[in-house]
Ligand binder design. Sequence first.
Ligand SMILES: [Zn+2]
Length: 308
Amino acid sequence: MTHSNYYADVPLERDDFLRRDESELARLRSDPLSRVLVLWRDKHQVAGDDQPTPIWHSGKAAQELLSDSENWILLGTRDGLAHFAIDMSHLTNPSEHSLLADHTNFMDLRSIGPLLARADSSVMAYARGMVFWTRRNIFCGACGEKTKHMSAGHMRKCTNISCGLDHFPRTDPAVIVLVIHDDKCLLGRQKIWPKGMRSTLAGFLEPGESLEETVVRELHEEAGVRLATAPIYQHSQPWPFPCSLMVGFYARAATKTLIVNTDELETADWFSREELLNSPENESFRLPRRDSIARRLIDDWLSGGVSP
Ligand SMILES: [Zn+2]
C-alpha cells in the first residue's frame, strides 16, 4: 500500500484523557494559542476558492467563539496546541456573528475535498463527522428528553434522570467492492450520480452481517453477481457524508453474467483497463472522484498493483 486514503490520518493527537480533565479543558479553552475551526450546518469556514484552506481562529476571537456555542468539540492537540471545532448552526446565517461577518465563505467538504491539502481535509472530515453527530443527538433516542454536552463533545448524556443514557459518536460501516472477471472490472451507475459517472458497487451493512457477507449480498442484489472466491479486504476510508466508514474490497466473479437490479442501479457493465485508462472524463463516461476509495480501488487495479 503506497498511501492512505483521503480523510484518513488526521494529523492530531486525539488525547482521549483530556476530554475528562475539566481544569485542563478550561485552561485550553482560554489559551490564546488554542485554535478553533467553525462549522455551520455541515459546512466549513474556509478562505480561497481554487485552493481553499480552513480558517483557524485563535486568541480572543477563538475564546469568544468557544463561549458562543454550546456544541464545542476538542478534536485533539498538535505540538501541544489544542484544536477545537464548534458548531454555529444555531445562527440563521453565520454573518449574524460579528467574528464571522468577514469570513462568510462556508463550504461543504463534499464539494471542495479534492482541492484541499490532505492533512486539512482529514481534520475537516473528522470535525464534520463530530458536528453532524452532535446535531443529530440533541435529543435522546430512547426517551426523547434533551441530552447534554459531555467529554469535550465526545459524549452526550440524557438529562432525564430515569433514563440517563450515554450517547457516543456513531459511524455507519459500508462495503465498497471492485469486482473483477478475467481482465475486466464491474462498474455500475446510479441515476443520482453526476452524468457519465461509473463506480464500484457499495452498500451498508445490515445487523447480523459480517463485512464479507455484505459484499456477497450486495453484489448479488444489485447486479446478480456470484463470486468465485471470498472477497479480499484492502483498506478503509472515513467518509463523513454524513457518517460512514467505507470498507474496501476486491472480489472475483464466477461468471460475467449480470442481472442488474434497476431499482438500485441505472446500469452496470464490465470494462477493460484500456477503456478506463482512456476515460474521456466527461458526461459520456467518467471515473469516480479522486478523493474516493472507489477511485483508489480502480486506480490500483489499473496500475496492476492488485490481482484478486
Ligand atoms: Zn433518555
